[in-house]
Structure formats: structure tokens, C-alpha cells
Ligand binder design. Structure first.
Ligand code: ADP
Ligand code: MG
Length: 245
């Protein structure tokens, strides 16, 4: 189990590195575009001085290269199309617990998992959903100064064509004027926050064909709802039912 935990921690670190890289790339891009257009203007005024025009062209070329690198970085961290597999949400949530438990214990936060007994396996992108839940649970834990309780519930829509996973905390809640903005990229109330966790989570849920919603009451707590189209797994033996070799 320790090996699983360290492997999961590694993918988690990679995911937040991706978050950070995407954030940095965005931040660098705007001033860079400004610098490029000013240089282009200056270059027009320098037409008579070929040496200076050449210098300008060199700098513009270099800036072009930086821009290319940023595009590459952004495209490699951009979320990809979902890869659906038959997934047991009990197992998925357990793996999230294994990953987060040490950190939660340090913050004196209790994590309760409640999967509806009749849920069975559902088809979804397990890695993505896992990453989204890690983000939501970490946010909840970070919001609670003096410990608290996080409850993750999973169940099927009445028609079984989808699942709903909720992450509830009894933390401080989010005031109304902030609640409107929490899904915006770079919106953060934390000193060292990226403000990208919820923005990326929302776009990943939407790429999955679902939606991410929030309800919050100051002084009571916050609940995030991940609503996913996730049909029940195909009948017949699935991989996880086969004896492992
Ligand atoms: P970050 O965690 O880097 O600040 P996020 O996009 O993950 O960025 O979250 C944005 C903001 O939403 C947080 O800074 C916090 O103010 C607020 N927030 C998110 N989840 C919760 C929660 N469970 N309870 C209270 N506030 C929250
Ligand atoms: Mg966050």
C-alpha cells in the first residue's frame, strides 16, 4: 500500500506541476505580447539604421521562440479527451484516501466516504475524476483552520445514466461575492494559491460531458457537486473481476 501511495503522490505532484506550468505560461504570455508589439513599432521608426533594425529582428526572433515554448507547455498541460473505463467508485475513493490521509490527519480533518451500495461499476475517466476529487478535498481541508469533517458521497442518478459525487465540508463557507468567482482562473484567496484548481476541475468535468456545481453557506460549510454522465459498466466480467496474475 505504501508503494501505491507514493505512486499516487507522484501523479498528484505531476498534476499540480501541470497546473503551475499552465499558470506561469499564461502569466508570461501577456507581457510578452506587449513587448513584441512595442518592438515592432520601434522597428518601424528605425528603418534608416540597418544595424538597429537587425538588432530588433534578433530580439523579435528570440521572443518568438519563447512564445513557441510557452505554446508547447500550454498544449502539453491542456486536458485531453476523457478515457473511459469501467470504474469501481469504492476503489477510486479508497485510492484518494490512501493518498490524502496523512495530510488530512495533520490538519485534524476527518474524511468519510459513502458510496451508494447499489452503484456498481460505472464508465468514466478514473484518472481525471480522481484528480478532480483530490483538488476538491484538498481545497476543503485547506479551508478549515481548526480541523473538521469532509464527506464524499457517490450515487447514481435516478435513471442510472449518470453519477453524482459530492464533496461536503463543515468549514467556513464562501461569501457570495467570492462564490461567483471561484471557478475563474487565478481567483485565489490563498497567499500561495494558483487559483487554477477549480478552473481546471470545471473544464475537466465539462470535457467529460458533466458539470461542476457549488453550494455554500458562510459559517456552515461548502458542497461541490460533480455531475457526470456515466452509464453503468457493460454486463459480463470486467477486468477488475478477473483473478490477478
Ligand atoms: P487555490 O486552491 O489555488 O486557491 P482553487 O481554484 O482551487 O485555487 O480555489 C479557488 C478559491 O476558492 C480558494 O482560494 C478558496 O478561496 C475558494 N474555495 C475553494 N474550495 C473551498 C472550500 N471547500 N471552502 C472554502 N473556500 C473554498
Ligand atoms: Mg485549490
Amino acid at each position: 500500500e505504501a508503494e501505491v501511495a507514493s505512486r499516487l503522490e507522484h501523479t498528484d505532484r505531476l498534476a499540480s506541476m501541470g497546473e503551475l506550468a499552465a499558470g506561469l505560461a499564461h502569466e508570461i504570455r501577456n507581457p510578452l505580447a506587449g513587448i513584441q508589439s512595442v518592438l515592432e513599432l520601434l522597428r518601424e521608426d528605425l528603418e534608416s539604421d540597418t544595424n538597429k533594425v537587425e538588432l530588433c529582428d534578433d530580439v523579435l526572433n528570440e521572443l518568438g521562440r519563447v512564445n513557441q515554448t510557452l505554446s508547447l507547455l500550454l498544449s502539453s498541460t491542456r486536458p485531453s479527451a476523457p478515457r473511459l473505463t469501467d470504474t469501481d467508485l469504492n476503489q477510486l475513493l479508497d485510492s484518494v484516501r490512501v493518498l490524502l490521509e496523512p495530510g488530512l490527519r495533520r490538519r485534524r480533518v476527518a474524511l468519510e466516504l459513502r458510496v451508494a451500495p447499489d452503484l456498481g461499476e460505472v464508465r468514466l475517466d478514473a484518472l481525471k475524476i480522481r484528480q478532480i476529487l483530490v483538488n476538491l478535498i484538498n481545497n476543503a481541508a485547506e479551508a478549515m483552520q481548526d480541523g473538521g469533517q469532509i464527506t464524499v458521497r457517490a450515487g447514481a442518478f435516478p435513471d442510472r445514466e449518470g453519477v453524482i459525487i459530492s464533496v461536503a465540508d463543515d468549514g467556513p463557507g464562501v461569501p457570495g461575492e467570492q462564490l461567483e468567482r471561484i471557478f475563474e482562473p487565478f481567483f485565489t484567496t490563498k497567499l500561495t494559491g494558483t487559483g487554477l484548481g477549480l478552473a481546471i476541475a470545471k473544464s475537466q468535468v465539462e470535457q467529460h460531458g458533466g458539470s461542476l456545481e457549488v453550494e455554500s453557506e458562510v459559517g456552515k460549510g461548502t458542497v461541490f457537486f460533480v455531475l457526470l454522465p456515466a452509464p453503468a459498466a457493460e454486463a459480463g466480467p470486467s477486468e477488475s473481476n478477473l483473478p490477478s496474475s
